[in-house]
Design a protein around this ligand. Structure first.
Ligand code: BGC
Length: 719
């Protein structure tokens, strides 16, 4: 729908102040009237000292009126973090009925992996390699969030993340550009639907643009310095895919790229995003990021920050207040590009029109909210998502557990609902979560929960389930680590059980790859559960007892040590690839191979691949392969198609994912799987930044993991 006439007509009636008001998103500063430091309040929610509900209660009990006078004066265009229909409706009513022009507010919030019903953290859910599931869980989150009055989520995050030290790897779809793009576009479709004006459609906001995942040394907010070639090939495609899928908003990242902070990066926000990709939605800064330009040191002060950000292509200022404070004076004194201001206002209004807010500003009712939250099939969807996200890393035959197994359970994470939620699920009520112990009780499993390893060792339990790993605050924002090892306490538990000769099934909870060489060598079974969300315990038992056959595969490489980070499958060969000689590219104190590679994951059945064929066609290459289930039970397989361009005019990765498919096979069944790879798949940027596709040899690899593939060669000759 084209709203330009309505936008122009409305803008012709707006004062300068009202225009600037549209660019103001009130953030956590709305709690500024408390005697508590705002950041401290946020920290309290993040690290669990205060629940989101308690914070909301504190807000509700305050005399503060959410800037009601500012609303009446049209000085606020959007709120973030309002998560109840009642509050949203009250504020909206003031904006619509009591402001001069009645422009509706936009309510935004971080709905990252579920709102009240929580699905696995994104890194986990990406391991499902399931576009249908990704879309379905986004739809579910949108139904819940919109019922509570939210119209935009700050998701999906599609920052390609190759460094296990970076805590925000938990929020990504892992290390691969194609997987992040596929995950992100499915999320955009699920959130927005093909009609964003529906009252249950949620605007996506793709973040963090760009390359935030490449922060140097894995330290959050750190600099990003990389060639344009690499940026275009490995880091930009996932954002571009989401923009092309129609995402209505984009959030520039905190970091700088090659010396220019993304928040004031004209090349990124105008040249790439708008001119090259044709983006017509709105950009919204990351939290306080406009003000933080002052710390970056590329602006003089907050006024200069506002000018530089806006003129570079930033539309809305989240939380910093720099726009509202400074743009008027800048504009009146002729120091601001007024076209840039009008662009920003038009972008924000366009999103509001597209969301249908001018036709129905309220979009929800408290009745709809009550009926939507955690209702109907939502727990079933959350359980399916968790089942499909759990990666079986090792199994010497102990799994699946037999019904009637006398199960011992160890580790505080086995009996902690809150820790199941993972990072960012701040609006959920952890008491609605199912822990492993809860699930055992509900399912009538014979179990004993041990507080100490000595008690577990002395018991006659057949199998000890050790729940170890990270708490939810150990990954996510501002949770970078220099060690990705298990904690000393966890290792003590595991070693004690191992030394006593116990059969240990390790269930890992974590938001990043962990260094688990010892586990790989010493325990009979490893189940990577990540942070699985509301239905954690139920889904884990489904996998452990074989009611569900595990199917997930890693979207992130597991290094042997943090010293190898960043470690990823699509690396280049170097001039001295591995080998026996000392003078090859490796470490003298760690292997060059990962502990568990990208694309890896076990099943309770086995799959074989045969008959790989690749044929050149008019527009690309058609690949086909036969996949057979050679085991004795049904299972899903993630079929991965990679290629290598062995000779090009510049270095190319040893392997690059070209496509994937998730298939279901009955025991003994086989299927032919086909992929069509357009010629552009094989291209690359040359040194003059032209995208070229060479003729010549291509190696096609298909298999169930990046290191377990069958190959065929083909010579591309397009002329
Ligand atoms: C994060 C964003 C998030 C925003 C709003 C920032 O600190 O980087 O990912 O959307 O806060 O909560």
């Amino acid at each position: 729908m084209n709203y330009e006439n309505r936008i122009n007509e409305l803008m012709s009636r707006m004062t300068l102040e009202e225009k600037i008001g549209q660019l103001q998103q009130c953030g956590p500063s709305l709690v500024g009237s408390f005697d508590v430091d705002v950041e401290e309040l946020m920290n309290m929610v993040f690290d669990g000292r205060m629940t989101k509900e308690e914070l909301m209660a504190l807000l509700a009990s305050s005399k503060r009126d959410f800037h009601e006078d500012d609303l009446r004066a049209g000085r606020i265009g959007s709120y973030m973090g309002v998560t109840h229909a009642e509050t949203a409706l009250r504020l909206q009513k003031i904006a619509v009925e009591e402001s001069r022009l009645g422009i509706p507010l936009l309510f935004a919030c971080d709905v990252i992996h579920g709102f009240k019903t929580v699905t696995p953290i994104p890194l986990a859910e990406s391991c499902a390699w399931d576009k249908v599931l990704w879309e379905k869980t986004a739809r579910m989150a949108a139904e819940e969030a919109t019922s509570a009055g939210i119209q935009m989520t700050f998701a999906p995050m599609v920052d390609v993340s190759k460094d296990a030290r970076w805590g925000r790897i938990a929020e990504s779809a892992g290390e691969d550009a194609l997987v992040n793009g596929a995950y992100g576009t499915a999320k955009v479709r699920g959130f927005q639907t093909d009609d964003p004006s529906r009252p249950d459609a949620l605007s996506a906001c793709v973040k963090h643009f760009a390359a935030y995942g490449a922060a140097e040394a894995g330290r959050d907010y750190n600099r990003v310095d990389m060639s344009r070639l690499r940026l275009y090939e490995e880091y930009l495609p996932s954002y571009e895919a989401c923009v092309k899928a129609g995402a209505l908003a984009v959030m520039p990242a905190f970091n700088d790229i090659n010396g220019e902070p993304c928040s004031s990066n004209r090349w990124l926000l105008t040249e790439v995003l708008r001119n090259q990709w044709g983006f017509h939605g709105m950009t919204v800064s990351d939290s306080n990021a406009v003000d933080e330009l002052v710390n970056h040191g590329n602006v003089f002060d907050r006024a200069d920050a506002a000018k530089q950000a806006l003129e570079a292509g930033m539309d809305m200022d989240m939380a910093s207040g720099c726009f509202i404070e400074n743009l008027k004076v800048l504009a009146e004194s002729g120091k601001l590009d007024v076209d840039a201001l009008n662009r920003a206002v038009a972008d924000v209004l366009r999103v509001k029109f597209t969301l249908g807010l001018f036709d129905d500003p309220y979009q929800t009712t408290t009745e709809r909210e009550a009926a939507a939250l955690m209702s109907g099939e939502k727990r079933t969807v959350a359980r399916e998502a968790a089942q499909k996200s759990i990666v079986l890393l090792k199994n010497n035959g102990v799994l699946p557990l037999k019904a009637g197994t006398n199960l011992g359970i160890m580790g505080s994470l086995a009996d902690n609902r809150d820790e199941m939620l993972g990072t960012w699920a701040v609006d959920a009520n952890s008491q609605t979560c199912v822990s492993i112990v809860d699930a055992c009780k509900a399912q009538g499993i014979l179990y004993t929960y041990f507080k100490t390893a000595a008690d577990a060792c002395a018991s006659d339990c057949d199998v000890i389930l050790a729940a170890v790993g990270e708490k939810k605050t150990e990954s996510g924002e501002a949770a970078s680590k220099v060690s990705i090892d298990l904690s000393a306490e966890d290792m003590e538990i595991l070693k004690t059980l191992h030394d006593a000769g116990k059969t240990v099934v390790t269930v890992l909870f974590n938001g990043r790859p962990l260094a688990i060489s010892w586990l790989k060598e010493n325990v009979p079974a490893i189940v990577e559960a990540w942070h699985p969300g509301t239905e954690a315990g139920s889904a884990i038992l489904d996998i452990l007892f074989g009611r569900v056959n595990p199917s997930a595969k890693l979207t992130t490489t597991f290094p042997a040590s943090a010293g190898q980070c960043p470690m990823y499958y699509d690396h280049i060969n170097t001039g001295r690839p591995g080998g026996k000689s000392k003078f090859t590219s490796k470490y003298i104190d760690a292997p060059i191979e990962p502990v568990y590679p990208f694309g890896y994951g076990l099943s309770y059945t086995t799959f074989t691949y045969s008959g790989l064929a690749a044929k050149q066609q008019e527009k690309g290459v058609a690949v086909s392969v036969t996949v057979a289930n050679t085991g004795d039970r049904a299972g899903d397989e993630i079929v991965q198609c990679y290629f290598r361009d062995p000779v090009a005019r510049r270095v190319r990765p040893v392997q690059k994912l070209a496509d994937f498919a998730r298939i279901s096979l009955e025991a003994g069944e086989q299927k032919e799987v086909s992929f069509f790879l357009p010629y552009e798949t094989f291209g690359y940027y040359d040194q003059s930044m032209s995208y070229v596709v060479d003729d010549g040899e291509i190696i096609i690899m298909v298999g169930g993991s990046s290191v377990d593939t069958i190959h065929t060669n083909l010579v591309l000759a397009r002329t």
